[in-house]
Design a protein. Structure first.
Length: 130
């Protein structure tokens, strides 16, 4: 693992203890971690995917809007949070690496460290049922 800010290490550790699905990226958008509860929704264990750049994860996890229209990688909530450094919330369909499409609700927000250092962003999501 590359050298990371201490706050990112702590966020990753916190995510590993939580029961809600969490996806964490660094300031460049590189996926640094997703936790075990996220694995069934994303269709593969993190140990099998590992870290990956924004250009990769934003295309392999395919999103479609509520009308079934494919979303551009830049329209994904986490990509918007990275670009604008603002919270984003959205409901959409996500096709995981197991090729299963799931209805998800996602809330993303930027991670800001001490002295206002931009550390990346986090997505907390869950599968919409019913």
């Amino acid at each position: 693992m590359s050298q990371q800010e201490i706050e990112m290490i702590l966020v990753r550790q916190l995510a590993s203890y939580l029961a809600m699905p969490i996806f964490i990226v660094d300031p460049e958008g590189t996926l640094v971690f997703y936790n075990e509860p996220a694995e069934p929704i994303l269709g593969r264990r993190f140990e099998e995917t590992g870290e990956m750049p924004l250009g990769e994860w934003s295309t392999i996890f395919e999103g479609t809007d509520e009308a079934g229209v494919p979303m551009a990688p830049t329209e994904l909530p986490l990509a918007i949070t990275l670009a604008e450094r603002q919270p984003v919330h959205r409901v959409f369909w996500l096709r995981g690496l197991d090729n299963v499409q799931r209805h998800v609700e996602v809330t993303c927000f930027p991670l800001i460290g001490q002295a206002q250092r931009y550390l990346g962003a986090i997505a907390i999501f869950w599968e919409v049922t019913g």
